[in-house]
Write a new protein. Structure first.
Ligand code: NIG
Ligand code: FE
Length: 406
């Protein structure tokens, strides 16, 4: 049983404007409060937003510190095998992502690495990354398949994602990214015929899968394929998520909204006409500034999305190609700088709204009595988080009521 923990004297405790909100539209981010406070945690849950006066097994002196919900990373590509550092050098010296992919690099090169690595090697690498994420304050994250590129290897990726979830302190959810790149020997429609058979098999083997994902791009799939994946998700009661408008504008957002997508991710090249409909929809706009900065230089219109009231999320997109970064504070620092976000806007994007995107905001993503005791204590006020770029501000991490990192 998790110990009882008293957190006393926090200078800033982040709270939503009302309890029980599944998400908070970003034009209301200023309503988050950052007031001094105490907390009591018992049996792995938040027991009271006060020092309840009972005996505590552990007391944390949080004077001068911010206490936040643990970060939720709503878009990662864990587990994957190896890295692609050589491609990064090609990229920064002028070779495009699409050209690298067409020459056999990119996603397909990570698929070859995934095939070469045995299960232990994949899990060892992913566990080490999850430990790094925890030290930077991430207490829940999404995993994706997508580096399998064959029927058996995608099933293996989903099994390894579930095994990763069992092996780490964080909460995880799995997304089946079954339309990521075109496997050898298939055209896109032929591969999607296989995907249609694969989904029930994947759900039977890995019941933790809660979403389907698809990559719409000139080197990958089209809006018609997005429709097919959306229909499959609906048929199996799964959320639809999609990689869209990353390197070029394909007008995938209206299609995704029609399909009732849970999220549209990347959006660096979203058509300006699609911002208002997205902001009005119950669909998260997942922004991935690491992939913009390290992959390409289009900038998602975050300010317009926020001002229009979208459900905005910022995530790492941790993957070996476009964003080999697992530290959410660094990615939030990039988001603040590139997009012009306030501290509250950045925090909302990596906590409550991120938890809603992965379907877990009833238990994660905010400091409310009854929610899981996933909390972080910063070494100073929240304003320092983005400002001291590259510094890890996370002084302590409580995950599921256990003090896992100090
Ligand atoms: O989110 N663009 C598609 N998928 C990943 C990149 C995957 C890779 O390059 O390995 C992304 O950017
Ligand atoms: Fe991604």
């Amino acid at each position: 049983m998790a110990p009882s923990i008293a957190i006393r004297g926090a200078a800033q405790l982040l709270r939503p404007p009302a309890d029980g909100l599944p998400y908070l539209r970003h034009d209301r981010a200023a309503e988050l409060t950052l007031a001094p406070g105490d907390l009591t945690l018992r049996a792995g849950a938040i027991a009271a937003l006060a020092d309840d006066g009972g005996d505590a097994d552990v007391a944390i002196d949080a004077r001068g510190c911010a206490v936040l919900p643990g970060f939720v990373d709503a878009h990662t590509h864990l587990p994957f095998a190896d890295w692609r550092a050589r491609e990064y050098e090609q990229k920064v010296t002028g070779v495009g992502y699409e050209q690298i992919a067409r020459e056999g690099g990119g996603i397909r090169s990570s698929a070859r690495a995934f095939a070469r690595a045995n299960d232990d090697a994949v899990l060892d690498q992913a566990r080490a990354l999850a430990a790094e994420m925890l030290a930077w304050g991430t207490t829940a994250f999404e995993c994706k398949s997508g580096y399998g590129l064959s029927r058996a290897a995608e099933l293996r990726a989903l099994r390894l994602a579930a095994a990763l979830g069992d092996a780490v302190p964080q909460q995880t959810v799995s997304t089946a990214l079954l339309a990521h790149a075109l496997p050898d020997g298939f055209d896109a429609d032929g591969w999607l015929d296989v995907v249609a058979e694969l989904v029930p098999e994947a759900l039977a083997q890995s019941p933790g899968v809660r979403a389907l994902d698809v990559y719409v791009e000139s080197i990958a799939f089209t809006n018609d394929h997005l429709r097919r994946v959306g229909a499959l998700a609906a048929r199996h009661g799964l959320d639809l998520r999609c990689h869209v408008e990353q390197f070029a504008t394909h007008r995938s957002v209206p299609v995704a909204l029609e399909l009732g997508a849970r999220s549209v991710d990347h959006l660096a090249c979203i058509d300006p006409a699609d911002v208002a409909p997205l902001a009005a929809a119950e669909c998260a706009a997942v922004l991935l500034p690491g992939a913009e900065f390290l992959g390409d230089e289009h900038v998602a219109p975050a300010r317009a999305l926020i001002d229009a009231g979208a459900i905005v999320v910022v995530a790492t997109d941790a993957n070996p190609g476009t964003s080999p970064v697992v530290a959410l504070p660094i990615v939030l620092g990039l988001a603040v700088r590139r997009y012009g976000l306030t501290a509250r806007e950045a925090l909302l994007a990596a906590t409550l709204n991120a938890a809603w995107t992965i379907g877990r905001s009833a238990e994660l993503g905010s400091i409310e009595a009854g929610k899981r005791a996933d909390l972080i204590v910063l070494d100073g006020p929240v304003e320092q988080l983005a400002y001291r770029f590259g510094h890890n501000p996370v002084a302590a991490v409580i995950c599921g009521g256990e003090l896992v990192h100090v």
